[in-house]
Every structure is written in C-alpha cells, then in structure tokens.
Write a protein that binds this ligand. Sequence first.
Ligand code: NI
Length: 164
Amino acid sequence: MKSPEKELLSVIREVEQTLARVSEESASWKSDPNTWSAKEIIGHLIDSASINHGRFVRGQLSDNLVFEGYQQDDWVSTQCYQERSFAELISLWLKLNYHLSHVFARTPISVRQAQRSQHNLHEIAWHLVPPDESTTLEYFMFDYVEHVKHHLAQIHQRLSTAAK
Ligand code: NI
C-alpha cells in the first residue's frame, strides 16, 4: 500500500542518485534574475521541509490542521541561497527529509487518518482542499511529497537548459 513515508523515501533516493554530483555552475544558473536557480529551488524545498516539520508535529498534538503560512519568495531571497554550495544544500535537504520520513512513519495511523473538519488547506496545501470538506494529516503528508516532486521536475528542467 502507498504510504507517505515510502513515497518520500523514494523521492529521497532519486535526489541522492541524480543531484549529488551536479556542478556548482549548473546549480547556480538562472535564465533571468527573477527565476529561481536549482540552488534556490532546493532552498525553497529546505524552507518547505523546515516549515512543514513543525506542522507535522503540531498536527499530531491538535485536533485541527490550521497552520500559519509563510512568504515563500521572500524566504528564498532573504537567505541568499545562491551563496551556499549546492552539495551542502542537498545534504541539508536530505537530512531534513530522512527525519520527516521517520516522523511520517511514527505517526499513528489513527492520528494520520482522523478526519479534521477544521483546517486551512484551502490556503496552504499544494493541492488545495475546500474549507467545507474535511481532510486528514495523511493527505497533508502526501501533499507535501507531491510539492517536492513538482519542484524536483523543475530542477531537472533547469539543469538540462543550463547544460545547453
Ligand atoms: Ni513551491
């Protein structure tokens, strides 16, 4: 059966196999100043892992899934991810996500699958849930992984354009 921790682990393995040896030059390449480089996309995924880590823990200690949003673009520009080495950013992302896969695995099924009528996944999820529909923490875990996959595809696209 599909589980969010298995999905996340398979994405983690893909990152280890495909992004570990990318050059600094390709990882920093920007098609224009307003578009994120591969480094900045990984930076955004580090922010997402760190923000969602708190949500995945708080979601187990509360009946609702109402979480604060954050200004994604400002977080990336404020942290100057272009100045970091790509290898270090990948290593940080991997460590955070190995831990998240552990947190997913250790969330009791009853908590994961409990219906939550109070949530703001119409505002903060990748694939939004209407406010009048109940949802689960498990949905939000799968949704986290889907968001990662979307941005990894974007990174591969950047890297292939940078190589041309
Ligand atoms: Ni995003």
